[in-house]
Design a binder for this molecule. Structure first.
Ligand code: NAD
Length: 322
């Protein structure tokens, strides 16, 4: 049994990870800046702490007496959020910096950092038929402005704390993660949850139109939350010292994603397109050669199956509100 801190545990991925670690028998401390009643999941038997981790002092308080840290805390959201809140996204650098300093000074044995596919060079993502981004494609650096640069910088901070202070740091580059207990409205939601919400909205309120950002031909891959949590644990306890992709390689266009949700719902809408909405890069996929080589594993949860679970959960939440 270890004593483990999950930073950002009031959010989507952190909430799932905290539950998994607790179920594995560890003593878990869940930390987030949001008031407890806004956490996506609050688990019994977990030590829940509301702290703003941009503060150095709070990072020392959060980590004192613990052995390991998973840092999933960041000011983040889908393209609509990160394109319009670049400074806020970059301020997350304070969280990882202060957590690393506290971890170094308090003798934390292992430290995990959640990076993102947004670190990849934009010029390698101009074709919707993206063959998959390899880890080396982050350099020469031309990351997503704001959010992606913060992730790239924080990755390197983990590397140099490992090299200079002998810390054990692990970094995964998540490609879009989706599933139940995630953000589905309010402006921070990502495409899978947004599509579910828009189609359920149509079903529940008799709307017949869905608005899609961009032309719908832009491509992405989406990783189901269970694969994400499994991958985080595999990478944390591996010998992989460099940042590594953690994502599905099942690439689809946004139009295909809408097809999947419409099939699940059994409800079709007329599509309109907004070319001026935030849409991110043209094509992105995860090259999983490296994770296969090191772990003999990669995320494989089928998109249609994961979307069905996500859709059912969001519909349940929306029905409660209705
Ligand atoms: P999320 O927004 O649901 O969770 C992040 C949590 O961090 C939130 O609950 C937020 O309140 C908390 N937080 C923000 N600032 C904080 C602070 N100063 N102190 C304490 N807590 C703070 O996001 P998520 O989808 O669970 O993402 C988790 C991590 O994974 C983030 O680092 C994110 O950048 C990264 N990531 C996520 C995805 C994805 O598709 N969800 C993709 C790539 C990378």
């Amino acid at each position: 049994m270890k004593r483990i801190v999950v930073a950002g545990a009031g959010g989507f991925i952190g909430g799932h990870l905290a539950r998994k670690l607790k179920d594995m028998g560890h003593h878990v401390r869940a930390v987030d800046k949001k008031p407890l009643n806004q956490w996506y999941q609050v688990h019994e038997g977990v030590d829940n702490l509301v702290l703003d981790l941009t503060s150095k002092e709070n990072c020392y308080t959060a980590l004192n007496g613990f052995n390991e840290v998973f840092n999933l805390a960041a000011d983040m959201g889908g393209m609509g959020f990160i394109e319009n809140n670049k400074a806020d996204c970059m301020l997350s650098v304070l969280i990882n910096t202060h957590l690393l300093m506290a971890a170094r000074d308090l003798g934390i044995a292992r430290f995990f950092y959640a990076s993102s596919a947004c670190v990849y060079n934009g010029e390698k993502q101009t074709d919707p038929n993206n063959p998959g981004l390899k880890e080396a494609d982050a350099y020469p650096a031309l990351a997503e402005d704001g959010y992606g640069w913060e992730k790239l910088f924080s990755e390197r901070m983990c590397r140099h704390f490992r090299e200079d202070y002998g810390m054990t740091t692990r970094v995964a580059r998540f490609h879009n993660v989706y599933g139940p207990f995630g953000t589905y409205d309010g402006g921070r939601e990502k495409a899978p949850a947004a599509m579910c919400r828009k189609i359920i909205d149509g079903e529940l309120y008799g709307k017949d139109e869905i608005n899609i950002w961009g032309d719908g031909h832009q491509t992405r891959s989406f990783m189901y939350i269970d694969d994400c949590v499994e991958g985080i644990l595999k990478i944390m306890y591996s010998d992989i010292i460099e940042p590594i992709n953690l994502g599905s390689s099942e690439m689809v266009s946004i139009n295909q994603l809408v097809d999947i949700v419409e099939d699940i719902a059994g409800y079709k809408l007329k599509r309109t397109y907004d070319p001026n909405a935030p849409k991110g890069v043209r094509g992105r996929n995860s090259d999983n050669t490296l994770i296969q080589k090191y772990l003999g594993w990669e995320p494989t949860y089928p998109l249609a199956a994961g979307m069905k679970k996500t859709y059912d959960w969001i519909k349940g939440e929306m029905l409660k509100k209705k």
